[in-house]
Design a protein around this ligand. Structure first.
Ligand code: AMP
Ligand code: FE
Ligand code: FE
Ligand code: ZN
Length: 280
C-alpha cells in the first residue's frame, strides 16, 4: 500500500480533478497524506484541507513555481502559510500571457473567449486549458497532441510568459513559510556536474529538499537522487505529478507503471523542517 503523494495538480491549476475529488481518490487508494502543488496558486488549499478532514487524509499546503535558470526549473514549496507578493503576482503574468494566446486563436477565427475560459477554469489558467479548448474544437486529438501541434515553444500559439528567476523564487517560498524543494531533477536534461551546480546554487538561496521519487523515474535514477540529497544534507520528497485527464498516463500515488512509492517518514522530516522554519 502506498503512503503519500506530494506532487498533485487540481482544477485550481491544470489538473482535471477538483481538490475534493483528488482527496477522495487519495482516500480510496489508502494514501495517508497528499500535497496539493498547483502551478503558481494556493487557491485549491482550502477545499483540499476541508475534504482532507472529511476523508481522513492529511493535506499539505503546497505549490509548484516555474522559475528561470536558463531553462525553466520547477521549485516545489511545502507548508506555505501565505504567498508573498512576488509569488502572488505570477498569476497576473499568466493572465497577460493567456490574453495573448486567446487573441492569437481568435485572430485565426477560432471561437475562443478568455473571459469564458476564466469562468470555466478559474484563475491559474495554463497552456493545458488551451489544449483542452483546441481538442474540443476538433483541432487536436488530446491535450498533449495540442502541445505538439500548437502550444509548444516555436508553435503557432506559443507565447512566452514572464517568469521569476530561481534565486528570488526559492527565497520567496521561504518568505511565504514554505520549504523549497527541487522538482523532478531529470526533467532539465542536465548531466551530473550541471545538476550539482543547480543544486548548489539553489541551496545558497534556501533550498531544503530534492524530489527523488517521481513518475517514470527508475530505481537507478531514484538511488542517484537520494544519494545527492544525502550528500548535500537535503530532505527527500516524492510525488506523481498527477494532472488527471491532462496527463492520463500518470496515476495518483503510484506513477506510470507502479514505480512510485513514497514513504510517510519523508513527510515527517518535511513537516519538522517547516516547523523549524515557522518558528524562526
Ligand atoms: P504553462 O505554465 O501555462 O506555460 O503550461 C505548462 C504546463 O503544461 C506544464 O506545467 C505541464 O503540466 C503542461 N504540459 C507541458 N507539456 C505538456 C504536454 N505535452 N501535454 C500535456 N501537458 C503538458
Ligand atoms: Fe502542469
Ligand atoms: Fe513541474
Ligand atoms: Zn507538477
Amino acid at each position: 500500500m502506498r503512503e503519500i503523494d506530494l506532487h498533485i495538480h487540481t482544477t485550481a491549476s491544470d489538473g482535471t480533478c477538483t481538490p475534493r475529488e483528488a482527496v477522495r481518490r487519495a482516500s480510496e487508494l489508502g494514501l495517508r497524506a497528499i500535497a496539493v502543488t498547483d502551478h503558481d496558486t494556493i487557491a485549491g488549499h482550502a477545499e483540499a484541507i476541508s475534504a482532507g478532514m472529511d476523508y481522513g487524509v492529511e493535506v499539505v499546503r503546497g505549490i509548484e513555481v516555474s522559475t528561470r535558470y536558463g531553462v525553466s526549473v520547477h521549485i516545489l514549496g511545502y507548508y506555505l502559510e501565505h504567498l508573498v507578493p512576488l509569488l502572488a503576482g505570477i498569476v497576473n503574468d499568466r493572465d497577460v500571457r493567456n490574453e495573448k494566446i486567446a487573441a492569437l486563436m481568435a485572430g485565426d477565427g477560432l471561437p475562443v473567449s478568455y473571459a469564458e475560459m476564466k469562468r470555466r477554469f478559474g484563475e491559474a489558467i495554463g497552456r493545458p486549458h488551451f489544449g483542452r479548448i483546441l481538442t474540443e474544437l476538433g483541432l487536436a486529438e488530446s491535450v498533449s497532441d495540442a502541445f505538439d501541434r500548437f502550444l509548444s515553444r516555436d508553435k503557432r500559439y506559443f507565447v512566452p510568459r514572464r517568469t521569476v528567476d530561481i534565486d528570488s523564487s526559492v527565497e520567496a517560498i521561504v518568505q511565504s513559510g514554505g520549504v523549497p524543494v527541487l522538482a523532478h531533477p531529470f526533467q532539465y536534461k542536465k548531466n551530473d556536474a550541471e545538476l550539482r551546480e543547480l543544486i548548489e546554487h539553489c541551496v545558497v538561496h534556501g533550498l531544503r529538499g530534492i524530489e527523488c521519487r517521481y513518475s517514470g523515474y527508475d530505481l537507478g535514477q531514484v538511488k542517484y537522487l537520494e544519494g545527492l540529497a544525502e550528500e548535500y544534507g537535503l530532505l527527500k520528497t516524492g510525488g506523481s505529478d498527477f494532472h488527471g485527464g491532462n496527463k492520463p498516463h500518470i496515476r495518483l500515488g503510484t506513477g506510470i507503471a507502479g514505480e512510485l512509492d513514497v514513504p510517510y517518514a519523508w513527510l515527517e522530516r518535511l513537516r519538522e523542517e517547516a516547523e523549524k522554519l515557522h518558528n524562526t
